[in-house]
Write a protein that binds this ligand. Structure first.
Ligand code: GLN
Length: 268
């Protein structure tokens, strides 16, 4: 068996180690004897929906989102939409997640149109409150920064978030899960992330996959099933991954809800 990863904007949108998600899919497939190819899809490269099995995109600053936004809509949009609609697995983190919603309004109030795969929109907290970001202190005051813990069905996901955008789910949009610690989508409604078919959008950096192996396998399984029918993935020895998961969880829960509390009070 073979899977093709479509890795969107590897040089522009791979903030906070999100590239680790690509490496994790590669390793977890190779350990099971599944070949993996990676198509690095930069600005100007189209997405072939019949070729890609797993689409991955990471985070980036507002300026990075501005750089890729036009390309995402005009060059990659059709391929990404078709792949996701036909059941390809996808994982979009933070800035990537924001641009897969309907739009993202940046810190300076500019509206960047998104793909609309997720029925969401995002507004930077500075644009909501009219805060100018002239100093590092001001810039920091409007961000949700810290550990993020999410109840995902029966499981708990751990990661790290750092974003100024607040994402709102529209009616009927399915969240990834409930925010147990951290800000998540918007620090107010308690939701984190969004799911559409086999596509997941989330604020979980970290990178997310190495310390949430069940999440990685969920997407690998979905990709394999689209290509090869009703098969399952062999379990792996996840001893190290589980230790990493537990360490991150213990740290996050040592200060539960800190950012939710601060941000919810309108800091900045
Ligand atoms: N620029 C976006 C925000 O601040 C995304 C940040 C990120 O990807 N970490 O909300």
């Amino acid at each position: 068996m073979r899977l093709v990863i479509g890795y969107l904007y590897p040089t522009v949108m791979s903030q906070y180690g999100d590239r680790g998600n690509v490496l994790t899919v590669i390793k977890r497939c190779q350990w099971r004897g599944i070949d993996v190819e990676v198509d690095e899809l930069e600005v100007g490269d189209r997405v072939d929906p019949d070729r890609v099995d797993v689409l991955l995109v990471g985070g980036g600053a507002d300026s990075h989102q501005r750089l890729v936004c036009e390309d995402l809509l005009r060059v990659k949009g059709e391929g990404v939409r078709r792949a996701v609609d036909e059941g390809a697995a996808a994982f979009a983190v933070c800035a990537g997640y924001q641009l897969w919603g309907h739009y993202y309004k940046t810190a300076t109030g500019e509206e960047l149109p998104g793909l609309g795969i997720f029925d969401t929109h995002t507004i930077h907290r500075a644009a909501q409150t009219g805060t100018r970001l002239d100093t590092i202190t001001e810039a920091g005051s409007v961000r949700a920064v810290g550990n993020l813990v999410v109840q995902w069905g029966e499981r708990v996901l751990v990661g790290f978030e750092n974003h100024g955008g607040r994402t709102y789910l529209h009616n009927g949009a399915q969240p990834l899960g409930k925010t147990l610690a951290g800000g998540g989508n918007n620090s107010e409604d308690g939701w984190e992330g969004c799911v559409y078919k086999n596509a997941i959008g989330t604020y979980l950096h970290g990178p997310a996959f190495p310390k949430n192996p069940a999440l990685a396998d969920h997407l690998i399984r979905a990709a394999l099933r689209r290509r090869y029918g009703d098969i399952d993935v062999e379990p792996l020895d996840d001893g190290l991954e589980i230790v990493a998961h537990q360490q991150a969880l213990a740290r996050a829960l040592a200060r539960p809800g800190r950012w939710r509390q601060l941000w919810g009070q309108g800091v900045g």
